[in-house]
Design a protein around this ligand. Structure first.
Ligand code: ATP
Ligand code: MG
Length: 424
């Protein structure tokens, strides 16, 4: 470790890239507003127990990925590894459920998981997620799928695929779980280490193991479809009917399960072919038991989370992510001393009108200032020569065509207008 290395699995986002984040964040806010989702900002850390109870003890996240620490008051706190449990905690704590239902909320911010860093997998990453609480309507499952799709489309992303499944509910899942254990037990010695462990603690998770040897065994595993209770069956068929009615393409994948214990009924994942191994750009599902599990009244809910870095990676792969590269509206070239003061006054005036104006802070020669203006891609230079200044004027040069004109420094509104019009 050195002072000048960031921790493994983290990123700096600076000029050239931050513009893409701003564009994406704006699109997120637009789409959410159209669907009636309001932003909720929760703390970056929560009581550890929230995630143990919320995500489930026998999950990869809780077992091995959390950043957990004791604070100076000996409380166990955890940097949030996901956004749903904190949002549900806030929903219960702030009694949002007492208002109009459903409550539609979204979040956007950093999450933390101690994972093996690789392309598209980081230890600090950003999720945009949405949750609709207080209704069991299958149309809300569909909204949770469609909203992110609208976002992907608004960004210009193509080649994404929706996979969908149902994993039943506490009524029908136990029998399926038993059936699975019965099927896997004779194969136990051929399963990978994690799967052997999952077989006892969380057998559904075996279904989405990516290890080759396990995959062969998974192929013959019983499907949940025959075990669904009538309510789950009806719910799932309605979800699919809405998707069909809306013309949303999807693939049924009866081996799709998710890494959180809280899901019930519908689960879904969106993948993008661009991304290679880490190909999920978002995932979600219904979690009708979580609010109650965390101390609230029984409240059905459904949500989705998008990995923002992965979305940007996919967009970059398709050359859809282009940062705006426009330069300043004007660069004021001055001769130091009094001309610099006038340059500063003029710059501040123009900046107050929203124009991007630069000037020299390094005492450079005129030639070097012209070069700096050029390098920044400035549309104009405004030359503050002493002669012109004494007449209350300056020379404005258009950097594209080299045309020059005298501008009246007594009428900065007019100058702002000229620069503003050129910037459009
Ligand atoms: P994966 O199967 O890729 O590990 P996951 O099932 O753990 O994903 P979720 O917890 O459902 O993912 O999170 C939703 C989305 O957040 C993922 O689809 C992915 O785009 C993104 N994501 C998850 N973990 C990471 C990470 N460590 N780094 C970057 N993005 C991530
Ligand atoms: Mg994961």
């Amino acid at each position: 470790m050195t002072l000048t290395n960031r921790p493994r699995g983290t990123n700096d986002v600076g000029p050239g890239e931050i513009e893409l984040w701003h564009q994406l964040e704006e699109k997120i806010r637009q789409v959410c507003s159209a669907f009636g989702y309001k932003e909720l900002r929760t703390p970056i850390f929560e009581h550890t127990e929230l995630f143990q109870r919320g995500i489930g003890e026998a999950t990869d996240i809780v077992e091995k990925e959390m950043y957990t620490f004791m604070d100076r008051g000996q409380r166990s706190l955890t940097l949030r590894p996901e956004g749903t449990a904190p949002l549900v905690r806030a929903f219960v704590e702030n009694r949002y459920g007492e208002g109009a239902l459903p409550v539609k909320l979204y979040y956007l911010g950093p999450m933390f998981r101690y994972e093996r860093p690789q392309a598209g997998r980081y230890r600090q990453f950003t999720q945009f997620g949405l949750e609709a609480l207080g209704s069991a309507d299958p149309l809300l499952d569909v909204e949770a799928i469609v909203l992110p799709l609208e976002l992907y489309k608004a960004c210009g992303l193509s080649g994404f695929q929706v996979e969908i499944n149902t994993i039943g509910c506490p009524v029908c899942r136990p029998a399926y779980r038993e059936e699975l254990v019965k099927y896997f037990e004779p194969h136990a010695d051929k399963l990978c280490g994690s799967c052997k462990n999952r077989l006892e603690r969380n057998p559904l998770r075996l279904l989405d193991c990516k290890v080759e040897g396990c995959q062969e065994i998974m192929a013959g595993a019983p499907s949940i479809t025959k075990h669904l209770c009538p309510e789950c069956e009806e719910h799932f068929s309605q979800v699919l009917a809405y998707l069909d009615a809306l013309g949303i393409e999807y693939k049924l994948n009866h081996r799709l399960v998710r890494g959180f214990d809280y899901y019930t009924k519908t689960v879904f994942e969106v993948t993008c072919s661009e991304l290679g191994a880490q190909n999920a750009v978002g995932a979600g599902g219904r979690y009708d038991g979580l609010v109650e599990e965390l101390g609230g009244k029984p409240t059905p809910a459904v949500g989705f989370a998008v990995g923002v870095e992965r979305l940007l990676l996919a967009l970059r792969g398709q050359e859809k992510a282009k940062a705006e590269t426009a330069g300043p509206d004007a660069y004021i070239v001055h001769f130091g001393g009094e001309t610099k003061q006038r340059a500063a006054q003029t710059a501040f005036f123009l900046r107050r009108r929203g124009l991007w104006v630069e000037l020299d802070y390094l005492g450079r020669s005129i030639k070097a200032q012209m070069k700096a203006a050029d390098r920044l891609g400035s549309r104009h230079v405004l030359i503050f020569g002493e002669d012109e200044l004494s007449r209350g004027e300056a020379v404005l040069r258009d950097m594209k065509d080299g045309q020059e004109q005298k501008v009246d420094l007594q009428d900065l509104e007019q100058l702002a207008k000229i620069l503003g019009e050129c910037g459009q």
